[in-house]
Unconditional design. Structure first.
Length: 615
């Protein structure tokens, strides 16, 4: 079937669905397509196109189309559904057809729907040659659409980087419209146009501190957006860093509100050079530092403190407006280095409890938490504030108990605990199980770690003779794992009755030292007049315990201290029975050598000892 058999309108429609190359092939093969494009068909085409405009207009360059538009339509400014033809050619970037219409007197500033001019469309699409032709023909370069947007604003919004200098150099007003074009360039992070914008201001005559409709200068906008390059250019061109908004904010306030550290540094240097106060309050009483605190930007907070800003310079009302619960703990830590206004002491007290609870919940403290708590404790020590150092999470252990339990994990926790005790924290407070922080540190420590900390806690105790519900003393716990100096410190500080006390199992501290095979503690306890033959509720003496768990050197100490090697416990067993039962060959040999290897009626002992030669 030939194209000649199809209605002309259908043939035209077929072309809409073809790529240019396919369309060219169709024209070549049909020998009819170009001939069909008669003025009547173009008229039909224009009338049936709706708001989306004409397809493929950019490609319209054949002699047929040029000839058509040189004489058609008769009204070159006729408003179609999509605007005038000039709008369509400007948007498509068809300079040839646009120039034809301009030469025929087309209205260069015609406004289509939304009050868009052809120049708006050319600027949005980045057709520099078309925009220049429209400007040369008298287009209003500062025309505004229904959104109050200018062609320059559209070019910036669409990031048409070649179009922007074209419009500025042609006289576009960067203060025309709303939003302002220069604001959009800043917010869209196009600092390469800052120089052009500034030059445009200086050429047009307005002050570089000209205000927008919100009474903000370019410096305010650039600082708020964090555009470092633009801020530097504006300052180099004498922008006033002390100019304030209606709310009393300088550019420094605005940069601090958004946490822009580099911008703040530029402004601080400029303001310091000018010799005026950079840290004035805004109308609410916010200083730049308080704004930075609220933005939770620690480097910026530190920068402002280094430059001399103080949280105390903020207004009391502003301090009350801040939601301190949301301020990150590492930011608060920076503030604690300096004198605080009275209103913040309650904040610190509350936050101290909160962070302590978080530490217990997390399972391990973070570095910022440790730093904050340590600095808060320094304030307590210097009597700047008071904090309940015995606060607990519900009915559970206090933060002191928790930290003592973790003391072996890091030196940072050691330092924090030392800060607690230097701030007069109560080391004798009990948790629900009856453990004090001293109990916890003794449990968590070994004989050689935390020594300084343990001694500090013992020195801080007001009840060194305290007994737990199970009747055990601090000496019981130190005998198991304590360093000899810790044991000796307790022996020097405790009452004699506490030293020889027994727990609810009848065990003395000597029993505990024997269980842990703590040779040094056994030796120290034997010099304290403790009963070497004291029996627990099972009738076992320290020698019974040593026989199964320790070595001969510890047994020798007990013997020298008067231990009975043949004492019978509540089960009818002498110490040698446990040496045999635990297969402690060293102790079996010890008892044989001492003549104490007798356990009549015990087949286990008789069998084992009969195989050993007498010594």
């Amino acid at each position: 079937m030939s194209l000649n058999c199809l209605p002309n309108e259908l043939v035209v429609e077929i072309g809409l669905f073809l790529e240019p190359r396919s369309l060219a092939s169709l024209i070549q093969s049909a020998k009819r397509y170009a001939w069909l494009l008669t003025p009547r068909l173009y008229d039909f085409y224009l009338q049936r196109t709706y708001c989306y405009g004409l397809d493929q207009v950019k490609l319209w360059s054949s002699p047929y189309v040029v000839k058509y538009f040189q004489g058609h339509p008769s009204n070159v400014s006729h408003m179609y559904n999509y605007g005038t033809l000039l709008h369509q050619f400007a948007e498509a970037g068809n300079l040839c057809l646009l120039n034809i219409l301009l030469s025929r007197g087309a209205h260069v500033n015609a406004k289509a729907e939304s009050f868009v001019t052809p120049l708006h469309l050319a600027a949005s699409e980045g057709h520099v040659d078309v925009a220049q032709a429209l400007i040369d023909a008298g287009a209003d370069i500062n025309a505004r659409d229904e959104n109050n947007e200018t062609p320059l604003y559209n070019a910036i919004s669409e990031k048409r980087r070649d179009m922007i200098p074209c419009l500025i150099n042609s006289g576009a007003n960067i203060f025309a419209g709303q939003p302002l074009p220069f604001e959009d360039a800043i917010y869209d992070n196009m600092p390469e146009f800052s120089t052009l914008l500034i030059q445009a201001i200086k050429s047009a005559g307005p002050d570089i501190d000209t205000l927008n409709e919100e009474d903000c200068t370019m410096l305010h906008v650039a600082a708020k957006a964090g555009c470092v390059t633009t801020v530097q250019l504006l300052l180099d061109n004498n922008a006033d860093p002390f100019r304030t908004t209606p709310s009393g904010c300088t550019a420094l306030h605005l940069a601090c509100q958004r946490g822009h550290t580099q911008v703040a540094k530029l402004l601080l240097n400029a303001m310091r050079h000018a010799g005026h106060d950079a840290f004035a309050q805004d109308t609410l009483g916010y200083t730049p530092l308080l704004s930075a605190v609220e933005s939770c930007t620690a480097p910026l907070v530190q920068l402002l403190i280094d430059y001399g800003d103080s949280i105390s310079a903020s207004g009391e009302y502003a301090l009350q407006l801040v939601n301190w619960r949301k301020i990150q703990v590492h930011v608060l830590s920076l503030l604690l280095r300096h004198k605080l206004p009275a209103v913040l002491y309650e904040v610190i007290q509350t936050r101290f409890r909160t962070e302590a609870e978080h530490m217990m919940y997390q399972g391990f403290p973070t570095q910022p938490q440790l730093l904050f708590l340590e600095r808060a404790l320094q304030m307590v020590k210097s009597h700047e504030t008071t904090i309940n150092l015995s606060a607990s999470r519900g009915t559970g252990p206090t933060i002191l108990h928790y930290l003592c339990k973790l003391a072996f994990k890091s030196n940072e926790i050691h330092e924090l605990l030392c800060a607690f005790f230097k701030a007069d924290a109560d080391v004798d407070i009990c948790d629900p199980r009856g453990d004090t922080p001293i109990h916890m540190i003794l449990k968590a420590s070994n004989r050689y770690k935390n020594l300084k900390l343990v001694h500090l806690m013992i020195d801080s105790s007001n009840d060194i003779n305290k007994l737990k519900e199970d009747r055990s003393s601090y000496l019981h716990w130190a005998a198991m794992s304590g360093h000899p100096r810790t044991v000796q410190l307790l022996l020097d500080r405790m009452d004699g009755s506490t030293i020889v006390s027994v727990n609810n199992r009848g065990e003395t501290a000597l029993h505990m030292a024997a269980k842990a095979a703590n040779h040094a503690a056994v030796q120290q306890l034997l010099t304290s007049h403790i009963n070497v033959n004291a029996q627990d509720i099972d009738g076992k003496t320290a020698m019974h315990v040593v026989a199964g768990l320790a070595g001969a050197s510890t047994a020798h100490l007990l013997v020298e201290g008067g231990a009975d090697m043949t004492a019978i416990d509540g089960f009818g067993n002498p110490p040698v029975h446990y040496a045999v039962g635990y297969e402690n060959a060293e102790m079996v040999d010890f008892f044989i050598g001492a003549g104490a290897a007798v356990h009549e009626g015990c087949f286990l002992c008789t069998d084992c000892l009969s195989q050993k030669p007498a010594k």
